[in-house]
Write a protein that binds this ligand. Structure first.
Ligand code: NAD
Length: 359
């Protein structure tokens, strides 16, 4: 297979971790006889410094012509001035919009070797394997909002959660199709007892599931209950689908289950065109340039890229199993060990992943 992969290293530790994921993808290309063409483009703070724009036109054009995109992270204290004309995060929001990336996939998988790094008890989290689908381009973050001055001197602010039938249909379909390939279970999370937009979600998803996915076990859970269930019985969920804001909050809550930010990848997909893959962590300015960032989340994001954008399941599994082997052998980066304990740097842990791949 010959594929074009656009790299958006971004800021802070972004270039460090993306560089290591590229080494792993190159090893996969050699081992499985594929050709991956990589080209690197600007996004975020570095793009603002060099072009004045967090997402230059040339980056958008390159992304549109790619088969898949691998992103590091954007942002940092250098670009934090609240009065600045543009911010690094604007680049991220714009690329999602330009590419119509309406679904954010976040796998929450615990690694047996890291169970004791989690703030939750081992017997509760052991075996957790959830795939979240968060709607990414609608709902409360994109509906009409405003601020007005009232005659009595107060201010009144509002934000509205807006969804259309087709916006709900497309993400529920995508999530249900993923459930078919996994353990055959889909949970839809809403607040239908209060919100009209949630009642639309409930009607539309029930219809799609009945008409198109009758074999998938389907249930609905209210978002407040879900916040509790995630901490008390995470292993009972397979695929979870929900709206933008509920997904934002629940996926961050769930990211604590595996114990470290440095292990979690995510993907943003549209109905066609390239997907965008990235670690869920930020640019970690506190450790940038020190060679100690954990590259495993980005390496696992590259496995998602192979699976979801290039259809290379065997290759994706090879990366995931190599990462597991490295952890099982006891190797850790600094974020996974108690402060001051011996650990491996960004390059050294990737060397071991490459060795495990070749074995
Ligand atoms: P962060 O995820 O960058 O860092 C939080 C903590 O986790 C830090 O102590 C950091 O050192 C550590 N950490 C994160 N990733 C790590 C890794 N791979 N290996 C080892 N340790 C790791 O979050 P933050 O500090 O809140 O944000 C820093 C900057 O990143 C901000 O400018 C923020 O806006 C930006 N950010 C960007 C994205 C993105 O690009 N998608 C996401 C979140 C935050």
């Amino acid at each position: 297979m010959h594929s074009k992969i656009v790299l958006l290293p971004g800021d802070g530790i972004g270039p460090e971790v993306v560089g290591q994921a590229v080494r792993v993808l190159e090893a996969i290309a050699t081992q499985f006889k594929h050709v991956f063409d990589f080209s690197s483009h600007l996004i975020g703070g570095i793009a603002i410094d060099q072009t004045g724009d967090a997402l230059p036109e040339s980056t958008t054009a390159a992304c549109k012509g790619a088969d898949a995109i691998l992103l590091g992270a954007v942002g940092g204290p250098k670009w934090d001035d609240p009065n600045a004309k543009t911010r690094p995060e604007a680049g991220l929001l714009k690329i999602r919009k330009e590419l119509g990336l309406f679904a954010n996939l976040r796998p929450i998988v615990t690694f047996d070797e890291l169970l004791d790094s989690s703030p939750l008890k081992r017997h509760i989290i052991e075996g957790t394997d959830i795939l979240f689908f968060r709607e990414l381009t609608g709902g409360l973050y994109f509906g009409a909002s405003g601020l007005e001055e009232l005659p009595d001197g107060q201010q009144r602010a509002f934000s509205t959660a807006v969804y259309t039938t087709s916006e709900v249909e497309r993400i529920v379909r995508m999530a249900a199709a993923a459930a078919v390939k996994r353990r055959g279970k889909l949970t839809m999370v809403d607040k239908a007892n209060v919100l009209e937009a949630s009642r639309l979600w409930r009607r539309v998803s029930a219809r799609i599931m009945k008409e198109e996915f009758p074999t998938v076990e389907y249930d609905v859970v209210l978002v407040d209950s879900m916040a509790m269930h995630l901490l008390s019985r995470p292993t009972s969920f397979d695929v979870v689908v929900t709206s933008n804001m509920f997904g934002d909050i629940l996926t961050d809550e769930a990211s604590m289950l595996p114990g470290s930010l440095g292990m979690l990848p995510s993907a943003s997909l549209g109905s066609s065109g390239p997907g965008l893959y990235e670690p869920i962590h930020g640019s970690a300015p506190d450790i940038a340039g020190k060679g100690i960032a954990n590259p495993l989340a980005t390496i696992l994001a590259s496995a998602m890229l192979l699976r979801h954008s290039l259809g290379l399941e065997k290759e994706a599994l090879a990366i995931e199993s190599a990462v597991k082997k490295v952890l099982a052998a006891g190797h850790r980066t600094a974020d996974l060990v108690p402060r001051g304990a011996a650990s491996l740097g960004t390059i050294a842990i990737t060397d071991l992943v490459l060795q495990a791949l070749a074995a």
